[in-house]
Design a protein around this ligand. Structure first.
Ligand SMILES: Nc1nc2c(ncn2[C@@H]2O[C@H](COP(=O)(O)OP(=O)(O)OP(=O)(O)O)[C@@H](O)[C@H]2O)c(=O)[nH]1
Ligand SMILES: [Mg+2]
Ligand SMILES: [Zn+2]
Length: 339
């Protein structure tokens, strides 16, 4: 059953074994794009479109087995999620089966520690690895220094520097992501689509994005999965201004490992890590073991998480009190166009 195209799409023995175990013969394919009502699926036989059902929300990166009429969603090994739903307080999977989340940050954009930390939390919560890519290195003298600084501020996460204008760092990046499924996350205009096109080479241009207007900005509106000829697949996503993660403990513990280790030593379970006597965090700050900016980012992430779950619980309570209220509309494809 496996063929060269499916391998290029990132097929692993897990999907093949699952198809055999579940008796799924026929089509095997990967969702490359989801539009309202249907998904575009790449198969060994070419592209097919299948209707999506409310009962089975498909996302880019999903693997499907079975037949075109009765496609079966195969087990996801990772799920990148954000806050979604009508009240922006539900877990919503946006991309599946990625190995590596590549956070793209432009060397000439103001570095927002909280936003980049949120991307990191999302990556680890997804069950993926994280890599920070500093783009547009041609526009400043010391982009590698910027990469080192940002890596330190983000707790030592791996960082690389690239320029699609000069080609700097691209071979190293191709090697790093070889044979992996990666998703690009970042603010708008950081160069995600330019990088996607560069990685795709002659394979595929993001035709829709580039043909709509001749010049100027080509703001991405869809997530799209594209095969990289040197090995791997890349999922381009629309840029975001603000991100809210559906942060679980795992993502926070990984992204803020240094802060989290100290938090666990606090004397009080409900410590707010202010200037309280016995607070391990304020002691670590005073002795210089912890970085104030990282602690601030940690506190912002956890307090946002607390607010969201409070809001959700309050909503659930008021729903219980008003049993006849009309149910709100669940998210549609349009709500998804943010990451
Ligand atoms: N100087 C320079 N410009 C770049 C580089 N990479 C991308 N750009 C430019 O940056 C602008 C934005 O690039 P895009 O690739 O569209 O950015 P994006 O991250 O996809 O943006 P959204 O789709 O809105 O999220 C374009 O004008 C690119 O030509 C680079 O390495 N150097
Ligand atoms: Mg784009
Ligand atoms: Zn404390």
């Amino acid at each position: 059953m496996p063929d060269a195209r499916l391998n290029a799409l990132g097929l692993s023995s897990a999907q093949v074994d699952e198809c055999i175990e579940r008796g799924l013969s026929g089509v095997l394919g990967r969702v490359s794009r989801v539009d309202r009502g249907f998904a575009t699926v790449e198969t060994a036989q070419g592209l097919i479109r299948i209707e999506t059902q409310a009962s089975q929300e498909l996302v880019v990166g999903d693997w499907l087995g079975g037949t075109a009429d009765q496609a079966v969603l195969l087990t996801r090994h990772s799920e990148l999620a954000r806050l979604g739903g009508p009240h922006k307080d539900q877990r919503q999977t946006v991309v599946a089966n990625v190995d590596l989340v590549v956070i793209v940050h432009s060397a000439v954009t103001q570095f927002r520690l909280e936003l980049l930390s949120t991307f990191l939390v999302m990556a680890y919560d997804a069950g993926a690895d994280a890599l920070v890519v500093i783009s547009k290195s041609d526009l400043i003298d010391d982009a590698d220094n910027v990469a080192r600084h940002i890596s330190t501020k983000l707790g030592g996460v791996e960082a690389m520097t690239i320029s699609t204008a000069t080609g700097y760092g691209l071979d190293a990046l191709r090697q790093r992501i070889k044979d992996q499924s990666i998703v690009l996350l970042g603010e708008s205009g950081t160069g995600k689509s330019t990088l996607t096109n560069e990685l795709a080479g002659s394979e595929q241009l993001i035709a829709g994005e580039l043909s709509r207007s001749g010049q100027g900005k080509h703001t991405t509106t869809h997530r799209e999965l594209i095969v990289i000829p040197t090995g791997g697949v890349v999922i381009d996503t629309p840029g975001v201004r603000d991100a809210s993660s559906f942060s679980g403990d795992h993502g926070i513990a990984m992204a803020f490992h240094d802060v989290y280790d100290v938090v666990l030593q606090c004397r009080f379970n409900d410590c707010e890590h202010g200037d309280t006597a016995g607070c391990a965090v304020s002691e670590a700050l005073a002795s210089g073991t912890l970085d104030q900016e990282r602690v601030n980012a940690y506190l912002a992430e956890t307090s946002q998480r607390a607010q969201i779950s409070e809001r959700r619980e309050e909503r659930e309570r008021s729903k219980e009190q008003k049993p006849n209220r009309r149910r709100s509309r669940w998210s549609t494809a349009e709500d998804l166009e943010e990451i």
